[in-house]
Design a binder for this molecule. Structure first.
Ligand SMILES: [Zn+2]
Ligand SMILES: [Zn+2]
Ligand SMILES: [Zn+2]
Ligand SMILES: [Zn+2]
Ligand SMILES: [Zn+2]
Ligand SMILES: [Zn+2]
Length: 277
């Protein structure tokens, strides 16, 4: 992870109660000597010297008042929360202006960084080993599944387009000061980390709805799924078809044999009749 060099404040010990609550952050109290913003609600830590909490692992900064409602998981546990890891599609290392690292949450600044070309996950080159493989799944078609499957939002934290508004509370949810705010990579909806969990889980693709091909319509070659499953041919029907064709062949063969027997009998009969004459 990149060096957390600007942590100049005085840590005053870890918080024993309500320290993780499932989000996995390891918060310590800290006094900030320059304007600092809460990554949860995007407001500034008020006061001449701001006092708040910072996660020792991922640098998540939060108000005292916001601690209890933090939902963004710490990068220390985020990997374990992914049920179905999907690798990102990395750009060439480059310099990205006004963006924040999704791993260490610090500005990319002049450090070399990479960006996922699909889901806008950013990371310092030095943080690449700690990225969470939670890219968008773009091909999820499965023949036996109900066609009316729900498509969920794919939330990505931070680096929102300037002046993004929260779809829930209508206030600004974008920040130029820290990695904050959530955006669905499918429909482009933006919301506060405090608000997005109250939204309906289903993604309807927003304004791109008419031209977007849902991932549930696409399939990619997968070694773990048999070819007949991908083609939508069940094993049972394959077996039935196999049996049916075998029976047909047997019938055809026996019909040919019967015909031959009949022909030879007829021939013999004719010869007998000829001899009789
Ligand atoms: Zn806050
Ligand atoms: Zn953390
Ligand atoms: Zn980083
Ligand atoms: Zn990605
Ligand atoms: Zn969405
Ligand atoms: Zn909001």
């Amino acid at each position: 992870m990149a060096d957390c060099g600007d942590r100049s404040g005085d840590s005053q010990g870890s918080i024993e109660d309500g320290e993780t609550q499932g989000h996995g952050h390891f918060f310590v109290k800290k006094t900030f000597h320059k304007p600092t913003y809460c990554h949860h609600c995007t407001d500034i830590l008020w006061g001449l010297i701001g006092v708040g909490y910072v996660c020792e692992v991922c640098n998540f900064v939060v108000h005292d008042r916001c601690m209890k409602t933090v939902v963004s998981p710490c990068s220390s546990i985020a990997t374990y929360l992914i049920k179905n890891p999907v690798a990102h599609c990395w750009s060439e290392p480059s310099h990205f202006k006004r963006k924040f690292c999704n791993v260490c949450r610090k500005r990319l600044e002049d450090s070399l960084a990479i960006r996922c070309e699909i889901c806008e996950y950013y990371a310092h080159l030095d943080c690449q080993d700690f990225v969470v493989s939670d890219c968008m799944e773009c091909a999820t078609y499965f023949p036996q599944r109900d066609r009316n499957v729900i498509h969920y939002h794919h939330w990505r934290q931070g680096n929102l387009p300037p002046n993004s508004k929260c779809v829930s509370c209508k206030k600004t949810c974008w920040s130029s000061e820290c990695l904050a705010g959530m955006r669905c990579e499918w429909c482009g909806v933006t919301a506060h980390a405090t608000c997005y969990r109250n939204l309906p889980v289903e993604c309807k693709f927003g304004s791109l709805r008419e031209i977007l091909l849902p991932s549930t319509c696409l399939t990619i070659p997968r070694l773990d799924v048999p070819m007949e499953t991908i083609l939508g041919i069940s094993r049972k029907s394959m077996w039935e078809r196999h049996v049916r064709s075998a029976v047909t062949q047997v019938k055809r063969r026996s019909a040919v044999r019967m015909r031959k027997m009949y022909d030879s009998m007829m021939l013999a009969n004719t010869q007998t009749n000829v001899e009789d004459i």
